[in-house]
Design a protein around this ligand. Structure first.
Ligand code: BES
Ligand code: ZN
Ligand code: ZN
Length: 472
């Protein structure tokens, strides 16, 4: 359990203090420093000035001119990562008294989220009560709510990042299944797992086609969070959970292959969101499906030309075993749509290189059949700076995966627009759910981060989905 101590009372004598300023606030406040700092500090973004005061060291931290809240969060996060050793070394006072409530919330989120390092340590400052914020003029109740919200977000997002960062040999099916059982026990979630044999009986043929080449048992996992609120809406979430994607028989090249440990980025975002939502007791019900497997090369692996039957009875001709994500999600989506009544159905997946080529690391590509859902998703994306851009689902794209020998083939006949084709393919498995969205997050889940030299988990999706659920 994460414990954060946000103290309402300013500590009389602290050995270390950090004060945040936007350029405008600094203009108003700088006279408090007897005019001597005017020429040496101007509160530019991430400018830090160190003062020696009677009480100890005082760091002034700039946030730039008129930063939006997500920019404040990003600046606070970068700052707390660079100063994490100092913050951990001695008791620290963080002075944010000049800001509005929502600005403070952004700063606090940034400060705590920025302390993530891999591998995560139990003696982490967020867990160890090492942060003390001076929040003058705010009630104890408000502090308590902020504490609880920030702790829940950290627990969800750190868990998401931790699982994504783990190497392949530390995140095999038994590891993640054991972890999901712990989470289910802790948060009183209902957990159901179908192994390979059970998946056969149920007819989850698209998911099984990917798992059949694996030395690991299938784990088609369902987690249910019931808020207990009779008014609560129910949201279905499906996360691509390919623990490692070799490409299968249509094998990938060896360059950068290690990044394919991040092919469970959709699942990581969904698990992080589930944890944070349950920790906060959000008044929304969640049905989460994680079709867990890896995509391995072996003599039992599925082979191009195979025709398989999916859970909804549609047949799929396999032409590329590296287009495995859409196979696992197809059954995840139709199992959820057929067996649960949900108000919204959302899937997240590191699905296509095509979306990375289109948007790079800037935003995810999303597809939806519902205008109001589109608006809510974009609002949440813009607010949390975990951005999304909408792409079309026109029927013309359906022609691209028509097969001569089955209902569909698993790749397009054309060498372009694969993220759209993949989205259109998934639409064939939502059982006409009127409120569905597919988020292709291949470019944004794993990338350049402050805490690693190589690429690492960004935590994309947790804050965004939480914000969406909070306002749903
Ligand atoms: N997991 C990959 C997509 C991916 C690419 C994720 C880059 C993260 C970064 C997916 O399973 C895949 O291999 N897709 C293929 C599909 C193709 C064979 C139609 C791709 O995008 O190349
Ligand atoms: Zn693949
Ligand atoms: Zn994949």
């Amino acid at each position: 359990m994460i414990k954060i101590n946000l103290s309402a009372k300013a500590k009389k004598a602290v050995s270390q203090k950090f004060s945040f300023y936007t350029e405008a606030i600094w203009e108003k406040e700088k006279h408090n420093f007897k005019g001597t700092l005017e020429h040496v500090f101007s509160a530019k973004k991430l400018e830090v000035f160190t003062l020696l005061e009677d009480e100890g060291i005082h760091y002034l931290v700039g946030l730039g001119a008129e930063p939006q809240e997500f920019e404040m969060q990003a600046a606070a996060s970068k700052f707390s990562y660079s100063f994490r050793k100092k913050i951990q070394a001695v008791e620290t006072c963080l002075n944010v008294r000049n800001f509005s409530e929502t600005q403070i919330e952004s700063l606090v989120k940034g400060l705590f989220l920025g302390t993530y390092t891999y591998p995560f340590k139990a003696e982490h400052p967020v867990f160890e009560n090492k942060f003390n914020l001076v929040l003058e003029g705010h009630s104890e109740q408000k502090l308590k709510t902020l504490t609880m919200k920030t702790a829940a977000l950290c627990e969800g997002q750190f868990t998401c990042m931790e699982w994504l960062n783990k190497p392949q040999n530390y995140k095999r099916v038994p590891h993640i299944s054991e972890f999901l059982q712990e989470i289910a026990d802790k948060y009183n979630l209902k957990r159901t797992v179908f192994n390979r044999e059970h998946c056969h009986e149920l007819g989850l043929g698209a998911f099984l086609s990917v798992n059949q080449g694996s030395s690991q048992e299938a784990a088609f996992t369902i987690l249910e969070y019931q808020s207990g609120n009779p008014e609560a809406k129910t949201v279905g979430l499906v996360g691509k959970c390919v623990l490692f994607d070799t490409g299968g028989i249509s094998i990938k090249g060896s360059e950068n292959l290690h990044y394919m440990k991040s092919d469970m980025g959709g699942a990581a975002a969904v698990i992080g969101t589930l944890i944070a939502a349950a920790a906060r007791k959000l008044p929304v019900n969640l049905i989460v499906i994680l079709p867990i497997t890896d995509n391995a090369v072996s003599n039992t692996a599925y082979i191009p030309s195979d025709v398989i039957t999916a859970y909804n009875g549609k047949t799929i001709e396999i032409l590329n075993t590296d287009a495995e994500g859409r196979m696992t999600l197809a059954d995840g989506l139709s199992y959820l749509a057929k067996n649960y009544k949900t108000d919204a159905l959302i899937d997240l997946a590191t699905l296509t290189g095509s979306s990375v080529r289109m948007f790079g690391y800037t935003c995810g590509a999303y597809f939806s059949n519902n205008e109001s859902l589109k608006k809510s998703l974009e609002k949440a994306g813009d607010k949390t700076n975990q951005r999304l851009w909408n792409l079309p689902l026109w029927d013309i794209w359906k022609d691209d995966f028509k097969s001569d020998v089955a209902d569909f083939k698993n790749i397009s006949s054309k060498p372009f627009g694969d993220c759209i084709v993949a989205g259109k393919f998934l639409e064939q498995f939502i059982e006409e759910h009127p409120n569905w969205a597919h988020l292709d997050i291949a470019g944004v889940a794993f990338g350049n981060v402050d805490y690693m030299k190589d690429k690492g988990a960004t935590g994309y999706g947790v804050q965004f989905l939480l914000d969406f659920l909070e306002n749903y």
